[in-house]
Ligand binder design. Structure first.
Ligand SMILES: Cc1ncc(COP(=O)(O)O)c(C=O)c1O
Length: 372
């Protein structure tokens, strides 16, 4: 027996009859447990009767069960009981429910980064030999992932401009599984004709995935335009404070949500609860910030446009901006007002041309103004 044990003896059965019977042995129940055990299992405060107004941060990664039915429920799907943070966590689920609500989806999966959301969706839905149609002007990380899937996993990738449904229709193959678009593309801020392109995907039974990072659900809700899945780098506008790396995938359909959730659990893609909590804090100011982002971006675009050292400004809100759609009424017109403008200095090098359809591994140089 060392000094600590001598100073902190276990309660005797006589002193703690309830503990001896096992009735009072729950964590946090006080005197029945040795001090060492009480240090490991501090009492969890039950807030029944009142309700925190802010979402609490549940950082602990394990949950205890009242019964085995809850344990089974936790393995069953994205809405089940809580078991282990890789499957689900109350803080993370609060973020998922909040963003699903904003996007008009049936459910969501919060992930460790925007790339984790994109990769989880791609890896969950694609298998070797499948064909993907993807927009030419696309975030470099997504392009690199598609190129990798093509190189190493035998996924075929065709690139399209994003403004012509006939081009998408022509690219369809019997094995086409997924159409990947961005509402406002990174870095050249092209506004994609979502309704027209997603209608082609729907008709062909192809899953339509839209990266809505640059628009946010405040400016565009792709599910209303026919998307099956919306992905975000929450690191950007959703988080909004430059202090969190997170992503989220929102699903129009509960079954698709469940399918991808199973793969997310296997991949270990889950968002950290603190990151989810920070993103929830950021969401509270999203409407205010988006208004300001749009005002500032337009002002910046005009200033850059008239600056002699700048040869090109890529901003869809400018009269000669990078608007590519032919159906202004249905293309999330408000999205044209969002996003930072991207620029090239006069005499400077423009980004490399879009990668070839066969999918080379080169990714574009980052734009100066579009945050990565
Ligand atoms: C449009 C878009 N999608 C996805 C990502 C990847 O997000 P993350 O950096 O959170 O992994 C980015 C990052 O800049 C992005 O701009």
């Amino acid at each position: 027996m060392d000094d600590f044990d001598r100073d902190h003896p276990a309660p005797s059965p006589a002193a703690a009859p309830a503990a001896a019977s096992g009735l009072d042995a729950r964590p946090g129940s006080g005197g029945a447990l040795r001090r060492e055990s009480r240090a490991v299992h501090p009492p969890v405060v039950d807030v029944a009767g009142s309700r925190p107004l802010g979402v609490p941060l549940h950082q602990g990664h394990l949950f205890a069960f009242e019964d085995s039915a809850s344990l089974v429920d936790a393995f069953g799907g994205p809405d089940g009981a809580f078991l282990y943070n890789r499957h689900g966590n109350p803080t993370v689920r609060s973020l998922e429910n909040a963003v699903a609500g904003l996007e008009g989806g049936a459910g969501a999966l919060a992930t460790a980064s925007g790339m984790a959301a994109i990769n989880t969706v791609l890896l969950a839905l694609l298998r070797s030999g499948d064909h993907v149609i993807a927009q030419e002007s696309l975030y470099g990380g997504t392009f690199a992932m598609l190129a990798d899937l093509a190189d190493r996993w035998g996924v075929q990738v065709t690139r399209v401009r994003g403004d012509d449904p006939a081009e998408v229709r022509a690219a369809l193959r019997p094995n086409t599984r997924l159409l990947h678009l961005e509402t406002v593309s990174n870095p050249t801020t092209r506004v994609t004709d979502l309704p027209a392109l997603l209608a082609v995907a729907r008709e062909a039974g192809v899953v339509g995935v839209v990266d809505n990072t640059f628009a946010s659900p405040l400016l565009c809700r792709p599910i209303e335009h026919g998307a099956d899945i919306v992905v975000h780098s929450a690191t950007k506008y959703l988080g909004g404070h430059g202090d969190v790396l997170a992503g989220i995938a929102v699903f129009a359909d509960a079954e698709l949500h469940r399918t991808v959730w199973h793969h997310a659990v296997e991949l270990g893609a889950a968002a950290d609860p603190y990151a989810a909590w920070l993103t929830l804090r950021g969401l509270q100011t999203l409407p205010l910030r988006m208004r300001r982002h749009c005002d500032s971006a337009l002002d910046l675009a005009h200033r850059l446009d008239s600056h002699p050292a700048v040869s090109a400004v890529h901003y869809p809100g400018l009269p000669k901006g990078t608007r590519t759609t032919n159906s202004p009424a249905g293309c999330c017109p408000r999205a044209r007002a969002g996003c930072s403008p991207s620029t090239w200095p006069a005499g400077g090098r423009r980004p490399a041309p879009s990668p070839s359809r066969s999918g080379s591994r080169r990714s574009r140089p980052p734009s100066a103004a579009c945050r990565r």
